[in-house]
Design a protein around this ligand. Structure first.
Ligand SMILES: [Zn+2]
Length: 573
């Protein structure tokens, strides 16, 4: 490299002498990519705005003016004239489920159905084509979001009978959008031996009406009663068959993210087998996104698999895994959030503690000793309190350690918890879109007072000095950053009302939460999260300026280019 520089400067001096001009000393080694004529927002406080970005191989080498960037132009340099478009660091999905997204894109999509009738119709179409005994799988329904409300229901859930009638020979398993409950049909109940007399497992509910009639819904840990049979059905296949099916979903998931301007993805809970498959893809250079993964397994399995930790930057920065995921409670929509006081709309019910506390304590000790990040899903205020307590027991051993332990969601907290996040340096890994998506039922579940002082408190967290990162929990919500960004800065619902707008983020804060804060929450702020020389050239070019466009135009913003490691990974039409 030094020889080349010397040669270039000698040519430069000679050239200057011949034609008698100065300024040639700015001539640079040619780059692979120049993006110019852009409105660049770098998320780098030292150099916040620019016109151009220069990339060599997978790294940013210069951020500044068009003129200076042009000095890097060689015969092989690709140039993108952004025509004034808005350029920022690629979005980092701060908490999603890449494998579930893949399944969701491959299986029956129930995300936007109008009601139960449409679900039944979709299942009927699948059952008519299925082999006897084949499982029918779908995801994304949410009873609170149906416009066509069911006539006969319990807690908003219609009874399973219509579902059972259209699929008498095929077990049906339909996961709630949140991932915290299931609809099943009679065939699946029979396989799992579920009757009105079956007791609820700890941390779960087989939903029955007041007369003891089975509704067909399993909440939280009760999902395991049927999932184990689906798991056994899948395990009849060879590993190669399972991997092929998984890979077909993963590829759909990566493409979906790239189309939406996402360059890095945090997966909140993979198995050891999925990690092994991901590592194989990373090592052969086949991953298109950068993946940062948490492993989810029991205490004994984590210890037995300890040698898997850590995977850092496999496949040239495409796969890192040095984190553990535990879910301590469920979700608010499915009455699974573990609360200090009962639900306002389910008398005497405080939700579900879905993970044994002593086991979590043991996992926390293991993670602390091995320098592994611990990421605990906590939605209800009780779950958040218990998580902070367990984190604090370990962190107290050495408060100076840069642990970056995370509470996933931190969705509903008692106001007393917010300073405790700061005290123990805990990250609040939040999802802006959950606020506006859940808002229609939050007050119903929690009542006004708890909703106002405890729900989706990202402004209060940030004001207290807590790092708040952002994501969508895809496929719970769509991975599209625009509705999530819109929710973070407006807290505006579809009907135009706003949910406690005092907790809004500014535009700058929301971009930061989606870029640098996510990079920090994964120990990768030196590699990504801002457009800074020396970092990966992970860049998105957008049709609207997210700092200055109208609120409504945020939702009309199109992704023009997604660039991962200097390579064009998606080009919009
Ligand atoms: Zn999640």
């Amino acid at each position: 490299m030094q020889k080349v520089l010397l040669k270039l400067s000698l040519i430069c001096i000679a050239y200057s002498l011949v034609i008698g001009i100065t300024g040639c000393s700015t001539r640079q080694i040619p780059a692979d990519l120049i993006i110019r004529n852009a409105t660049v927002y770098t998320v780098d406080a030292a150099n916040p705005e620019a016109q151009a970005i220069v990339v060599r191989a997978d790294t940013i080498v210069y951020v500044g003016t068009n003129e200076a960037a042009d000095a890097y132009k060689g015969t092989l340099t690709k140039t993108i004239d952004a025509g004034g478009s808005f350029v920022m660091p690629g979005f980092i999905e701060g908490h999603g489920h890449i494998h579930n997204l893949g399944d969701f894109l491959r299986d029956i999509n129930l995300m936007n159905v109008s009601g139960f009738d449409e679900i039944v119709a979709k299942v009927k179409a699948a059952a008519d084509k299925a082999q006897p005994g084949e499982w029918i799988i779908g995801r994304g329904w949410h009873q609170e979001k149906w416009t066509n409300k069911p006539q006969e229901n319990f807690l908003g859930y219609p009874y399973h009978d219509a579902l059972s009638a259209v699929s008498p020979n095929n077990p049906v398993l339909l996961t709630h959008a949140s991932g915290h409950s299931l609809y099943i049909n009679k065939k699946a109940m029979d396989m799992a031996g579920i009757t009105p007399a079956t007791p609820n497992p700890t941390g779960g509910d087989i939903v029955k009406d007041k007369n003891g009639r089975l509704v067909g819904v399993l909440e939280e840990t009760a999902m395991g009663l049927v999932r184990q049979y689906y798991g056994a059905y899948i395990m009849q296949q060879t590993e190669a068959q399972r991997r092929d099916k998984w890979l077909s979903g993963l590829q759909l998931a990566e493409e979906d993210c790239l189309r939406k301007g996402i360059t890095s993805f945090v997966d909140a809970g993979s198995s050891f087998t999925q990690i092994k498959w991901m590592k194989g893809l990373a090592d052969s250079g086949k991953l298109k996104l950068r993946h940062w993964m948490m492993i989810r397994d029991g205490n004994a399995a984590l210890r037995a698999g300890a040698s898997t930790f850590p995977i850092i930057d496999a496949g040239n920065g495409h796969l890192t895994m040095n984190a553990i995921k535990v879910s301590l409670d469920g979700a608010l929509g499915s009455y699974g959030a573990w609360l200090l006081e009962p639900y306002a709309d389910r008398a005497g019910f405080i939700g579900q503690n879905t993970f044994d506390m002593d086991t979590l304590r043991a996992i926390a000790a293991f993670a602390w000793d091995k320098n592994i990040q611990l990421c605990v899903h906590a939605i209800g205020d009780k779950a958040n309190r218990e998580t902070v307590n367990i984190f604090a027991e370990q962190i107290a051993k050495d408060k100076s350690k840069d642990h970056r332990w995370r509470v996933e969601h931190a969705q509903h907290v008692h106001p007393a918890e917010i300073p405790r996040f700061k005290e123990w340096n805990i990250i609040a890994s939040m999802q802006g879109i959950h606020c506006t998506s859940d808002a229609p039922f939050v007050i119903k579940r929690l009542g006004e007072q708890r909703a106002e002082t405890g729900a989706y408190m990202w402004r209060a967290f940030m004001d207290a000095g807590v790092l708040v990162n952002n994501g969508t929990d895809v496929p719970v919500e769509d991975a599209d950053p625009m509705p999530n960004f819109f929710a973070s800065v407006t807290r505006q619902l579809k009907d135009g009302s706003t949910f406690y707008p005092k907790q809004k983020m500014t535009r700058q804060e929301a971009i930061y939460s989606y870029t640098m804060a996510n990079a920090m929450a994964q120990f990768e702020e030196n590699k990504k999260g801002s457009l800074t020389p020396g970092k990966y050239a992970d860049i998105v070019i957008l049709s609207n300026n997210l700092l200055s466009c109208s609120d409504a135009d945020i939702l009309n913003t199109k992704v023009q280019y997604t660039i991962v490691g200097g390579k064009l990974a998606y080009e919009g039409k």
